[in-house]
Design a protein around this ligand. Structure first.
Ligand code: AMP
Length: 420
């Protein structure tokens, strides 16, 4: 142990567990790559105003959870707390929306930062894979994204997740609902903070988890009754397309999510084995965000799935991912001469595309065989002086236990053939 520890609310990914995270990222991104989404990467920090304008001043993310800093040059920056605003900013900056091919479909994977109270499943540094489809208003696009997230979770073997679905209306009907909701909320017995939220962001009050608040919310006006005809028809179409695709969802009229930019379709993936931090992913339509950050009108939809919580969900369901061993051949030299010869063979194997590793550090046979076992390699190659004198190595199949002498020159071809 060194003098230093990972900062509060963060943790390190170390082998062998780190392989799970890579596999989860891969599983989430695979359906996207297969559906016309191109990879995008943006900086880990942005102009702080991008988030305060985009995500919203009144959200917890912006008002309490952002890591902000002033650079030596006087710029106000923030570590990115989420991906959508950055991706949209980057797409606009690169004029991707002007290339005539809407929607612009993008996927990303990276680290995000929120100054939250850490607990299991809630970290200050976490990891998301996300997708955004920019510049098209089409219920099939909303459905596509939900279907792809569902597919990602299913290929991982997850079963105990649910999809919550709602519509938040648009700039026509949402303000009417907002007024009605504010009127209702102002009559309730609520603390100072919550009263302030009624003015700033009344929909968020519905999200309040405290039972004494939830009790009072019975009978609150529901958005569904206020949706305009266009929003209603749009939402019906999304629901029909999901049903036709065999994706099961639950209508949740209380689902509002913690970001201001959402309009119409919103959804959350929750996992029932995770306790209080049950949201493994979420997203929705954000038709007004582009204009909020100074761009043209570009109706868009997207989601982000949490990698950390997806790994926890796998653990909660007792799912062991089948991770192929990263090493196929492990070489164990006995003696100096063998060390040189086998090291050269390992290099040759690697150049031929065979994953190979070597017993470094000149430990004895016992220790080296332990490393070979731990590596998960299918084959070990052992050679001592007598083998070398005969021009052979001993190739051992770790699964069957069979061992055979193989001519040094034939080793690479032999291994390739056995692995094929
Ligand atoms: P959000 O942008 O808040 O909708 O988050 C999308 C997903 O990212 C959530 O469903 C979580 O899986 C994950 N996530 C958000 N915040 C955290 C956090 N502090 N720690 C771990 N995962 C998080």
């Amino acid at each position: 142990m060194s003098t230093f520890k990972a900062p509060k609310g963060t943790y390190d990914l170390t082998p062998p567990d780190s392989a799970k995270y890579l596999a989860v990222r891969e599983a989430i991104s695979a359906p996207l790559k297969n559906s016309g989404y191109g990879y995008i990467e943006t900086p880990g920090f942005e102009d702080v105003a991008l988030f305060s304008r985009g995500v919203g001043e009144s959200t917890d993310i912006v008002s309490k959870e952002m890591y902000t800093l002033t650079t030596k040059g006087g710029s106000e920056l923030a570590l990115r707390p989420e991906g959508t605003a950055s991706v949209l900013r980057a797409a606009l900056e690169a004029n991707l929306h002007k290339l005539g091919n809407l929607p612009v479909k993008l996927w990303y994977s990276g680290s995000y930062y929120r100054y939250e109270r850490p607990q299991k499943g809630r970290y200050r540094h976490f990891s998301q894979v996300g997708a955004e489809a920019i510049g098209a208003e089409d219920p099939a696009l909303d459905a596509e994204l939900i279907i792809l997230a569902d597919q990602a979770y299913r290929t991982l073997g997850l079963q105990n997740f649910r999809i919550l679905l709602n519509s938040l209306g648009d700039k026509e009907c949402r303000p009417v609902y907002r007024d009605a909701l504010q009127e209702f909320l102002r009559e309730l017995d609520l603390d100072e903070d919550t009263r302030r939220r009624i003015d700033l962001n009344p929909l968020r009050v519905l999200d309040d988890k405290r039972p004494e608040v939830q009790k009072q919310l019975v009978g609150a006006p529901v958005l569904r009754d206020y949706l305009c005809d266009a929003c209603k028809a749009y939402h019906e179409e999304v629901r029909d397309l999901l049903t036709a695709a065999g994706v099961v969802y639950e209508d949740d009229e209380k689902l509002v999510r913690g970001l201001d930019y959402y309009t119409r379709t919103t959804f959350e993936f929750v996992h029932d084995g995770l306790g209080s931090q049950s949201a493994v992913g979420g997203g929705g339509r954000y038709d007004g965000l582009s204009e909020m950050i100074g761009g043209p009108a570009l109706p868009s939809v997207g989601w982000a799935l949490g990698v950390d919580r997806t790994v926890l969900a796998l653990e909660a369901e007792g799912i062991e991912l089948e991770l192929p061993s990263s090493t196929s051949v492990f070489a164990v030299p006995l003696g100096e001469e063998a060390r040189r010869v086998l090291f050269a063979k390992v290099t040759e194997l690697r150049r031929a595309g065979v994953a190979a590793d070597f017993a470094f550090g000149g430990r004895g046979l016992k220790g080296a065989m332990k490393s070979a076992n731990r590596s998960g390699a299918r084959f070990t190659v052992v050679a001592g002086e007598r083998d070398l004198a005969e021009g052979v190595v001993q190739l051992k199949d770790m699964e069957s236990g069979e061992q055979q002498a193989v001519a040094l020159d034939a080793l690479v071809a032999e291994v390739q053939q056995k692995l094929a």
